[in-house]
Design a protein around this ligand. Structure first.
Ligand SMILES: [Zn+2]
Length: 265
């Protein structure tokens, strides 16, 4: 939304406000140069320090960017260095957004942020965005089927086995949920994971994992209360299996929770 407004000249920079005959000082609050959006984001010495600090694999050169439109394409193509952990989300929009927020904080709240603080905040925002868009998404497709531990007895063609597990973080009150739907044909087995917030106990986390698994099974047309959902199946049974026999669901739950918790390190 921010970039869309930027492209359409809808952000209230000094230049835009002056053009609309507002009685404001149209100069940059940091360097007193006429404040166009391109100045604010790409030319201002303060912004240049931010682009210098950005953890891009190659430097992002803003000298030729005289229009926001010209900057967006190369900006979004900038790749972050691997330790940053932003493999699926461009950092560029978040840097632009945080430069804008920092300007507003300075003008309206007299709060100053250093270029380093702005870069760190942009990385944090981008990671939250990336993580939020990973929620419940299937893992990358691979040609190899889901590998599961030994089954107590072979599955019949119309039988489905759900294995679930949960990992719980007391500090964040967050749960990682992992669930696997196993069918007679390994290629048709499915594994999923998700993070859920505001989870009060490990027991609640386990219940949420079971609910997520059953919901997926129902969504897949294989036949909000667990008992109610269970009644939708022609037959349904639950049993406890030790973690050693449930390594795949256990690992999915722990992986997704640690990915979420890494955001708060
Ligand atoms: Zn400036």
């Amino acid at each position: 939304m921010f970039l869309w407004k930027a492209i359409n000249g809808a952000l209230p920079t000094g230049a835009v406000l002056q053009a609309r005959t507002f009685d404001v000082d149209p100069t940059c609050c940091r360097c007193n140069v006429f404040e166009s959006l391109e100045h604010l984001l790409f030319k201002c010495p303060f912004a240049l320090k931010i682009w210098e600090l950005a953890p891009f694999a190659t430097p992002f050169l803003t000298g030729n960017i005289h229009q926001i439109k010209v900057g967006i394409m190369p900006g979004n193509k900038q790749v972050c260095l691997p330790p940053v952990g932003l493999s699926q989300t461009p950092l560029f929009p978040w840097l632009c957004w945080n430069i804008w927020l920092a300007k507003n904080e300075k003008i309206f709240n007299a709060r100053m942020f250093s270029p380093g603080e702005i870069v760190r905040k942009a990385i944090q925002d981008a990671k939250e965005w990336q993580l939020a868009h990973d929620f419940g998404s299937p893992p990358p497709k691979s040609s190899s089927p889901v590998v599961v531990g030994p089954l107590a007895s072979p599955l019949q063609a119309d039988e489905r086995l759900l294995r679930t597990d949960a990992a719980w973080c007391r500090d964040l009150k967050a749960a990682g949920l992992g669930w696997i739907l196993i069918t007679q044909i390994p290629e048709e087995s499915v594994c999923r994971s998700a993070v859920t917030l505001n989870v009060s106990s490990p027991l609640m986390a386990e219940c949420l994992a079971i609910r997520a698994a059953i919901t997926m099974a129902l969504d897949l047309n294989l036949s909000q209360d667990i008992q109610l959902m269970a009644s939708s199946f022609s037959s349904f049974s639950c049993c406890f299996i030790p973690r050693s026999c449930n390594a795949e669901a256990d690992s999915l739950a722990k992986q997704v929770l640690s990915l979420y918790a890494a955001n708060f390190d």
